[in-house]
Design a protein around this ligand. Structure first.
Ligand SMILES: Cc1cc2nc3c(=O)[nH]c(=O)nc-3n(C[C@H](O)[C@H](O)[C@H](O)COP(=O)(O)OP(=O)(O)OC[C@H]3O[C@@H](n4cnc5c(N)ncnc54)[C@H](O)[C@@H]3O)c2cc1C
Length: 496
């Protein structure tokens, strides 16, 4: 890597010569970076958005082949006021598709059988997903004393303590797999599910907390489970009336959102242009970006880093950032493979009448979960066919995610045959491997968050965002991009 001092062979760009003000470099064109760049541009800031790969969108990518639509990353997301505002601004209302109402039915596999997850008290009483003992244990939850300390605790420890081991194994574990591809024994309750953690802290029990907060508007979006009508502490997000949270995608898939953002950023996006170096120069920032041999330097007033956490480690950074970057780059991102399979309808016995099935670790299957994609949204499969999207790997079975496509299809098919009665062979298969899929908010994650905060404090004009900071869902990332843009805009105004 080139020494910081040796900058002579880097050609200055015209922007640098012009010495323009209120210019910002956004690094990483995933949803966080796209939204941050979009919001800054709306505020009249001169933005350059650098993306290392050849396409924008990051984890959000859709392909359609032979009438089958495959989501490479997220399949759907829950809206909030900031998301709805963005959809309106981008004129995407007519492209939105809400999940089929049957999506409320989520199957959990127990002893090889699909059981609908109970969502009402009567359903909880009659469900065969939990034993009588587990149901009684849930009824005792209000009597379980609050934990004495408010320190960090694993999700598994929290749930075992409050609701018992069966609820951990057959309710929480599969949902943790679905959101984080993670392990409840290592993920932090405080950081992964802050609102549930706070219910215990503030109300003594989850039951009391849920009763007390029923119908109340949550205060702020902190993480993946906090889908709220939040407004930022810095105040200038679009004012929007409280909205009903909707589970949505788009007619042509999730990429519609990132493609619309990309189109609105015409002229500012530099694809295939990895940022390799950042350094501070007389109160401004020098960003060096581009492929080997073609790197260019540009001086800007502020930088938004919207890359995965580990990217910081591979970059040449100012000394004030390096010690924090070393901590941030330790955030774990286990691998995940997504496998979208298409079948003739007659070859699947199950009604596929729901969101999909989640598979607890106890069941010892290859699949973490499978979405019934063509039941969830229209036009995911040609007439007479169905599409099922399966997730493999994650924190507990990383080696499975790395298997080649043939072996993966074989393993997944074995599960699908036994669980939902698949016969015959798939007529379509799309395999996408994510070597580093989703950041794990493990116990002790506060140290990472502190390092991020301290990095920003020590480096005026530098902002860090992305799914390792304020929640992993697409909605969290949209909110995060909007908030960062707002903070950058305030900084630029203050810096004058
Ligand atoms: C398989 C999978 C399924 C998911 N399912 C769901 C779901 O159903 N619902 C949901 O809400 N969320 C889901 N998520 C989570 C959600 O999609 C992600 O958390 C979110 O899209 C991450 O966005 P981001 O912008 O923070 O990061 P990313 O999408 O990772 O974008 C970061 C960008 O930075 C670029 N970059 C890296 N290094 C550099 C550099 N040096 N210079 C310039 N650019 C660089 C990368 O190429 C990338 O484009 C899923 C994620 C995965 C992987």
């Amino acid at each position: 890597m080139r020494a910081l001092a040796d900058r002579r062979d880097i050609a200055p760009s015209r922007d640098q010569d012009a010495g323009d003000h209120r210019s910002v470099a956004v690094v990483g064109a995933g949803i966080t970076g796209l939204v941050a760049a979009y919001e800054l541009r709306r505020r009249g800031v001169n933005v350059t958005l650098y993306e290392a790969s050849g396409h924008a969108g990051g984890a959000i990518r859709t392909s359609r082949t032979d009438g089958f639509l495959a989501e490479h990353g997220p399949n759907s997301f829950v809206t909030s006021a900031p998301v709805e505002a963005l959809i309106t601004q981008l004129d995407l209302e007519d492209d939105v598709v809400e999940a089929n109402p049957s999506a409320n039915r989520r199957y959990i596999v127990r002893d090889g059988l699909l059981r609908a997850f109970p969502t009402t008290p009567p359903a909880m009483l009659t469900t065969r997903l939990f034993s009588l003992r587990a149901k009684l244990r849930v009824l005792l939850e209000p009597l379980v004393r609050r934990r004495a300390t408010d320190g960090d605790e694993s999700i598994a420890s929290f749930v075992r303590r409050r609701l018992g081991p069966e609820v951990l194994d057959y309710a929480v574990d599969p949902f943790v797999s679905a959101i984080f591809a993670g392990d409840p024994e290592t993920l932090s309750m405080v950081h992964a599910f802050p609102r549930l953690f706070e219910l215990e802290q503030q109300h003594g029990s989850l039951s009391a907390g849920l009763m007390a907060t029923r119908g109340r508007k949550p205060a702020a979006a902190a993480s993946t489970d906090d889908t709220t009508d939040e407004t930022s502490d810095e105040g200038a997000l679009p004012e929007t009336a409280p909205t009903r949270a909707r589970l949505i995608s788009f007619v042509d898939g999730m990429q519609t959102l990132t493609a619309a953002l990309e189109a609105s950023l015409a002229g500012t996006l530099r694809l295939g242009c990895p940022v390799r170096l950042l350094h501070r120069d007389e109160g401004r920032w020098v960003v060096e970006a581009g492929q080997d041999g073609g790197a260019r330097a540009r001086t800007v007033d502020a930088v938004v880093m919207a890359t995965p956490a580990h990217v910081l480690a591979a970059m040449e950074l100012p000394a004030a950032m390096r010690k924090h970057a070393a901590l941030v780059e330790r955030v774990e991102y286990p691998p995940v493979s997504t496998l979208t399979l298409g079948f003739e309808r007659a070859d699947v016995a199950h009604a596929l009448d729901g969101f999909g099935m989640l598979i607890p670790a106890k069941e010892k299957r290859s699949i973490l979960g499978a979405l019934f994609s063509s039941s969830l949204f229209p036009e995911r499969a040609p007439d007479g066919h169905v599409a099922i999207t399966c997730f493999v790997g994650g924190a507990r079975m990383p080696e499975r995610a790395r298997e080649d496509t043939d072996l993966l299809v074989e393993r997944v098919l074995m599960d699908l045959r036994q669980l939902i009665g698949v016969r015959g062979e798939p007529v379509f298969a799309k395999h996408v491997y994510w070597p580093r899929a989703i950041p794990q908010y493990t116990v002790g994650y506060q140290a990472v968050k502190n390092a991020v905060d301290e990095t920003e404090l020590a480096n005026p004009g530098l902002y860090l965002g992305g799914n390792y900071r304020n929640g992993v869902s697409v909605g969290d990332c949209v909110a995060s991009g909007q908030q960062i843009a707002q903070r950058v805009a305030s900084y630029l105004t203050r810096a004058g």
